[in-house]
Design a protein around this ligand. Structure first.
Ligand SMILES: [Zn+2]
Length: 195
């Protein structure tokens, strides 16, 4: 797409895929927002997933990871696309009894790893994956996401690379202008989704 810069193209893909929702949403924090980002809707189109994966890989490449890791489920598609673009293996951690664990893969002992997620809000899932793999002997060299929604320091090791930074307004329920308008409140997805 000549004449369209990468930032605009990502915005267009988010809009075209319906990933950027507008309405009245209850966030996991208990706050209300008029915006909700569902990256699964973007990533369901393989050519969009490949595009964002390649762009994120370009940001991660200088950190020279030997392997890419993601938290299940949200990070799996984008993590795999980044790994494909870098031509390195991909692994994922999944929650078991409340803790992120590496269940299906050998320990990345002595390997440089980067953790990839779709959306970062607090950075909690990335941090858990990073710490789990460090405890198995890996070296955490970078983190990356498609959209960074964090408003505070995530406390992640090294730099957090992202393709877009988006901070949406959020409201306390008692001060929410959407509640005042009487718009129905929607709780998107399951509690595991990144809201
Ligand atoms: Zn509200």
């Amino acid at each position: 797409m000549s004449g369209v810069n990468d930032g605009d193209l990502l915005e267009k893909m988010l809009a075209d895929s319906g990933a950027l929702l507008e309405g009245h949403f209850l966030l996991s924090s208990g706050l209300h927002s008029c915006n909700y980002l569902q990256c699964a809707l973007l990533l369901r189109f393989p050519h969009y997933a490949a595009y964002v994966g390649e762009r994120l890989a370009n940001l991660i490449r200088p950190s020279a990871p030997d392997i890419i890791a993601s938290p299940a489920l949200g990070g799996i598609i984008i993590g795999h696309e980044v790994a494909r673009a870098l031509d390195v293996p991909f692994i994922f951690c999944e929650r078991e009894e409340g803790k992120m664990r590496l269940r299906r893969f050998p320990a990345p002992e002595g390997m440089r790893f980067a953790v990839i997620e779709d959306v970062v809000t607090t950075g909690g899932s990335i941090k858990e994956v990073g710490e789990a793999l460090e405890s198995l002997g890996g070296k955490w060299v970078a983190s990356g996401c498609i959209v960074d929604r964090s408003t505070e320091n995530t406390g992640l090791k090294g730099e957090l690379f992202s393709l877009a930074k988006k901070v949406f307004p959020v409201y306390k329920p008692e001060e929410c202008p959407l509640c005042k308008k009487g718009l129905p409140l929607v709780k998107p997805g399951s509690k595991k989704q990144r809201i």
